[in-house]
Design a protein around this ligand. Structure first.
Ligand code: SF4
Ligand code: SF4
Ligand code: FES
Length: 389
């Protein structure tokens, strides 16, 4: 069972048509003209989709509006657009909901971001999205010898990869990925979620090689900045950022991959600083990320080089009073009683025999259930023993 899509809601069912005004961004790169906006007013029942609205505008007013679609049922992934600035599926966004979230009562529709526009609302998925998916070897690499009969996989492993298998390759997560805006070479949320589908599959012969590749790539798993945008954008509950975190936990916790991007050391530095002080101590983060988790880390030559290259940014921050020298150098600490509580969380997690991950995607969301997520998941029998800390 898939999680409830982010754009879903319970619209008031009405068979009475209403007027909705759509503001559509038009752009034809071949024309040499700059992008512009047009407005069309359509008549449809409020629970109908934005896609139906666009198609009506196309049929009634201007057949040249470019939109890609097929299934009209949130299955094929072809109608990705931005509605009022939020990426999603046009066929999965109700008109009344879109109007309610608009700035001025007009539903604004534009193409997805981070991908070049082919025409109007159609973006070039091949140029970005599919290229990145191909980058992660999106197929199972068989172990040998291949079993003569069916390869039975245990239930827990399948539950683990089901969430990434729900992806319909719509590109909504790619559209608003902040890391990709800064680094267009970042492999990105959709492709990395796809990668987890095979890394988490016990039939795959090259899990370690895949993880090594993604950890060592400067545009790989450690390029994600945890902005949550891809989780908000995904209409199928894939939560790509969570899959990226799973890839990291597998790379570090299971395969002990210490990468050249300092991703593993950087995470370890974060975890240790919070454990020791209860708060992040930025002045220690950089040296520990390069030189390891000890006081001597400060003297690691790469840490010095990185510090030197960051000096202009640090000077700017000090001049603008975003940081003070004393504030950066002095450890940030919380009251001892609070620190004890933080450390108790560490003790609890680190004291477990095995790491535990609850697959909330499979158990679904039950807003009426007052129980804790743990109780709900255990009640459905979908608790999964894996890597979580
Ligand atoms: S969480 Fe990571 S992958 Fe997802 S949108 Fe943000 S930077 Fe991109
Ligand atoms: S992860 Fe979600 S948003 Fe991204 S391509 Fe797949 S279905 Fe679309
Ligand atoms: S038309 Fe297929 S997902 Fe929207």
């Amino acid at each position: 069972m898939a999680a409830e899509p982010t754009t879903a809601h319970s619209p008031t069912r009405s068979d009475v048509s209403e007027s909705f005004t759509l503001r559509i961004r038009r752009y034809d790169p071949e024309s040499g003209e700059a992008p512009y906006w047009v407005e069309h007013t359509i008549e449809l029942e409020p629970h109908r989709s934005v896609l139906e609205g666009i198609l009506q505008a196309k049929g009634r007013f201007d057949g040249s509006i470019g939109i890609r679609c097929s299934c009209k049922a949130a299955i094929c992934g072809s109608c990705g657009v931005r509605v009022n600035g939020q990426p999603g599926l046009a066929c999965h966004t109700h008109l009344d909901r879109a109007k309610a979230t608009s700035r001025d009562g007009v539903i604004e529709i534009e193409p997805m971001g981070n991908m070049p526009v082919i025409k109007d609302l159609i973006v070039d998925m091949d140029a970005v999205h599919w290229k990145k998916v191909q980058r992660v070897t999106p197929w199972l690499i068989n172990k040998t010898p291949i079993p003569e009969r069916e390869y039975i996989v245990d239930r827990e492993s399948m539950v683990d990869v089901t969430q990434s298998m729900a992806c319909i390759q719509c590109g909504a997560c790619v559209s608003d990925c902040l890391a990709m805006e800064v680094d267009p070479l970042f492999i990105g949320p959709a492709a990395l979620a796809k990668s987890y589908r095979f890394v988490g599959d016990p039939r795959d012969a090259e899990q370690r090689e895949r993880l090594m590749d993604l950890a060592e790539d400067p545009h790989g798993i450690y390029d994600c900045t945890h902005c949550f945008k891809c989780i908000e954008a995904c209409p199928k509950g894939v939560a790509p950022m969570n899959q990226i975190m799973r890839l990291r936990r597998r790379a570090t916790g299971d395969h002990h991959i210490v990468d050249r991007n300092n991703g593993e050391r950087h995470e370890a530095a974060f975890v240790t600083l919070i454990k020791n002080y209860g708060l992040l101590w930025e002045a220690e983060l950089l040296p520990r990320s390069y030189g390891g988790n000890s006081w001597f880390g400060k003297f690691a030559p790469p840490a010095g080089l990185e510090l030197a290259s960051s000096l202009p940014a640090i000077t700017k921050a000090v001049m603008r009073r975003k940081v003070t020298i004393m504030g950066a150098v002095k450890p940030h600490k919380i009251p001892p009683a609070d620190l004890k509580q933080v450390q108790a969380i560490y003790d609890e997690i680190e004291g477990r025999d095995k790491r535990i991950e609850y697959n909330l995607y499979i158990s679904g969301r039950d807003e009426d259930n007052e129980d804790s997520p743990q109780e709900r998941v255990e009640a459905t029998g979908d608790a999964k023993s894996e890597d979580n800390a």
